[in-house]
Ligand binder design. Sequence first.
Ligand code: CTP
Length: 395
Amino acid sequence: MAKHILLIIGGGIAAFKSLDLIRRLRERGHQVTPVLTRAGAEFVTPLSVSGLAAAKVYQDLFDLTDEAEMGHIELSRAADLVVVAPATADLMAKMAGGHANDLASTLLMATDKRVLIAPSMNVRMWEHAATRRNLATLQGDGILVVGPNEGDMACGEYGPGRMAEPMEIVAAIEAALTDGPLKGKHVLVTSGPTHEPIDPVRYIANRSSGAQGTAIARALLGLGAQVTFVTGPADVPPPHGVTVVPVQTAAQMQAAVRDALPADAAVFAAAVADWHVKGASDSKIKKDGKGLPKLTFAENPDILAQVSGLREGRPKLVVGFAAETDDVIANATAKRKRKGCDWIVANDVSPATGIMGGSENDVTLITADGSEDWPRMGKDAVAARLAQRLADALG
Ligand code: CTP
């Protein structure tokens, strides 16, 4: 599967590894169009980049000859994948901020292709709050990330920040370009708990870690799906490469799900709170000596039931979860009917099972044809099996 990669080389000491990356990609039959930033050209020469890529190097946004031959918009879209290696702290900040003030940043804004970055920087810069923020923004935008690795750095320090090795980047590139059975399908996944505010500092939550929903999103992505991941405040970070929509409350989750449709399939793995506090206070509730506060609850929208009942634009396959502590199969079978979804993944979340917040799951898949017990396995394995079933069903 020879592919065309647009490779943006940023200005970092790891740029020398990008020369090797070009060689490795070409050995494997891929075509590389290199773009060298001004800072990148301080570390590697245009001649060596061009020689190894056997292609023209693009450097300047306002180059009239380049623009006449291939405009920057066209350049940004001609490749199958855009790769930034090394992705410096500055390039990441530009990407997160949506800057378009040189050729590299303009291409990254204009492209309609997936983007994979291989960050490379000093450990302090990698751990800096600004870089953390930018990384979260980029991941939320669906940017794929490979590395960085931990180890000795050119600057003499030790820690995470070393650019991934060329063959690791090649593997990430090929994974991003793999055509799976869900290629071209859009799948919506909800995950995590919701937080329902009592006042600005207090909320009602549940013990969901988001691990199962995250694993499902990752497995679907691995089969080539385009995944929108609507997540409450989870303990585990969202997977790379999905479009993340962070929410807090059930009402926000409902709005985010509505905005994410249409989808070919939807998996509702979130542990949505059933109630919110009616008239949550805008200011902190104080101990004012007048007795205990009284909380009144109101019902939250049932997002799964709503989507299952859509007359227009209903995903072809709607999958719900049923977290039960008693009569798991009977309750979950009834729940499938009540909510109108196609499948229910039922699990026993009694404390003794250690499933809620744990790494394993013990599920029963309930469909219109009956129930199917799966052996207890890791949440990743449950996710892989479910994703494969989903791919078979969407055909
Ligand atoms: N769900 C939802 N919106 C809600 C509540 C639940 O989308 N407001 C979804 C969950 O994501 C899950 C399924 O519905 O896929 C079942 O959730 P669960 O809490 O187990 O069921 P409930 O409807 O709350 O039923 P009960 O509390 O009676 O067990």
